[in-house]
Design a protein around this ligand. Sequence first.
Ligand code: T1G
Length: 689
Amino acid sequence: MGLVSTTVLRDVAVVTIDNPPVNALGAAVRQGLAAAVAQANADAGVTALVIAAEGKAFIAGADISEFGKPPVAPSLPDLLDAIAGSSKPVVAAIQGVALGGGLEVALACRARVALTAAKLGLPEIKLGLIPGAGGTQRLPRLIGAAKAFPMMLSGEPVSAGQALEYGLLDEVVSENVVAVASQLAETLAATGAGRTAADRLTEADREAFEALAAEALKKAEGAPNVPALVEAVRSVFSLPFAEGLAVERRLFLELVADERSKALRHVFFAEREVAKLPGIGPEVKPREILSAAVIGAGTMGGGIAMCFANAGIPVTLIETAQAPLDNGMNRIAAIYDISVQRGSLTPDAKARRMALIKPAVGLTAAAKADIVIEAAFEEMGVKQSIFTGLDKVAKPGAILASNTSYLDIPTIAAATGRPQDVLGMHFFSPANVMKLLEVVRTKEVADDVVVTAVALGRRLGKVPVVVGNGFGFVGNRMLEQRTRATERLLVAGALPHEIDAALTGFGFKMGPCAMADLAGNDIGWRSRKARGLKASVADAICEAGWFGQKTGRGYYLYPQGARAGQRDPEVEALIARISAEKGVTRRSFTSEEILARLLDPMVNEGARILEAGIAARPGDIDIVWINGYNWPAWRGGPMFWADSVGLDVIAKRLSALAAETGDKALEPAPLLQFLAAERKGFGSLTSKS
Ligand code: T1G
């Protein structure tokens, strides 16, 4: 059976797509569909057509992996012209998700029938695109621009019930969608009924659309596809259908070539690749997790316990004494209260979640848990004594995880007699909000333990990325390079607001100095002191007691607890003094120079992480930074960004920086040098995007 097959039931040609896993409209599927529609139209015994599909999805859209490659005929618009122009009525039988080009296929049909569980949407905006095969023209004409535009702007699918209400679907059934669609097709053929011409494009609809468009343009933040979407949808009120299609197509092709869309398409595939665990096959099944325990009711422990409660998993929150336990529980309740006040959580839901968090004093309370996550003070001795204790009380087969953000997991595991059940599960602060979860895989840990942690991470609504054991794992190890670069820039002549502006101009919500002030400069200070490291500016600021927002002063001033920092002449004078003491003649830097000096060393560390196998793919590093460190998704992540700049350019800049600073560690890593010499990018190390 080919990707597209036709079965004639009575006088209806049922054209079925079967292109697992999601029936993407790749070239072969388009060719198969075009041939089937032509054949059915030529077949005298056929009076109508149904387009159906096998599997969980109706059609998940155009084949994203084909974008940017030489086009293969028929194009999707040409195929849809053939379907829309069919002399015999065509009805779509939608049994699962109909997304992007998949919904556009359905929109080109004369009518649409769906199963109750189906979902329909145009998610192109999430790929930095707009619908490119008639969606911006056919959907507004069918349901009105004021309903169609928000669907395309959010990219979120609607349910079959909602779609029926909108008039997007003609019928919703609980079963036999193909049979029902065939009946409708026969009826349309018999009655010769044309396309429902309910003219939804009224003046009121145009005004409502324009109001929504104005709002969307205000929030576009430079994303080129939002004004493009407005222009395409607006054309339905002023241009004939064919001219509107041409406007849509021109805008769509411009966006396909845009760096933002290339980056977002890379992220689409990287998010899926990150789920594939090298060396672990689908036969390895996760262990059952029905209950959990969290050791430590501090900020991280409390946030992790909330993740379990939010996912409906009972969790015991354990402390060494009642007072810190009460503090922890009160902090959790207060965070839920804020959500209730904001209306994003009902009081009942809060009560249900609080009921799932059982406070307890003493490790024995973890005895029945299927998984125990330790989130105690970041000190090896503390961790080892907790794991030794857990080894005695935890049940056989329980998973023991540490939330450490940089300590050595094998050393922690060695405190137990079951290193095969021990791994790192590194959450990011605030743990109940941040998406990223670094799952730290050691040489000793069992494969099913890794698989369990990844599956659990998804249940907790996280993006789990499996990383190897090493100082700072992936994210913090690269962040350390950016922190050192910030220090170098401050001594060389840049000021905190200039450094932060370069990064926020790039798309980060916050720059390194403001972020340090938010997290507390004393955290980095303590970690540097523990490792015997120095950072002249950062240390001096801490020696002055300026720990950031919590002390009203750090790299910036925060009068009366303000959240946005103000330039602080005293800090700037302190920085200038340190430069002078080091005999450095301060100079100014452009934003581009600052950006290169902040990001190049990070990319270089990313290359070392790949060399060491701490990350399996460059895309994994990108997913870590997008979900854990606010790297803008439309920039694709540090490794994708490096490829867009050119590894030869970055290697040259790093060599110059190493020469200027005398810091050999800034020399380009062997992998980066090799790829630069080969004129290749990190992307060449993986296949998909
Ligand atoms: N093209 C190519 N591959 C796709 C794909 C697509 N559209 N959708 C999914 N895949 C692959 C994916 O990479 C993975 O591969 C496998 O299918 C399973 O996906 C002209 C411009 C449908 C809700 O944006 O949202 O149409 O890793 O792991 O969790 O206007 O996939 O196994 O090798 O995500 O069950 C618009 C994208 C395209 C929808 C299923 N469509 N897909 O989720 O499985 S642009 C989209 C999804 C377009 C037209 C325009 C989800 C899903 P592998 P999965 P899932």
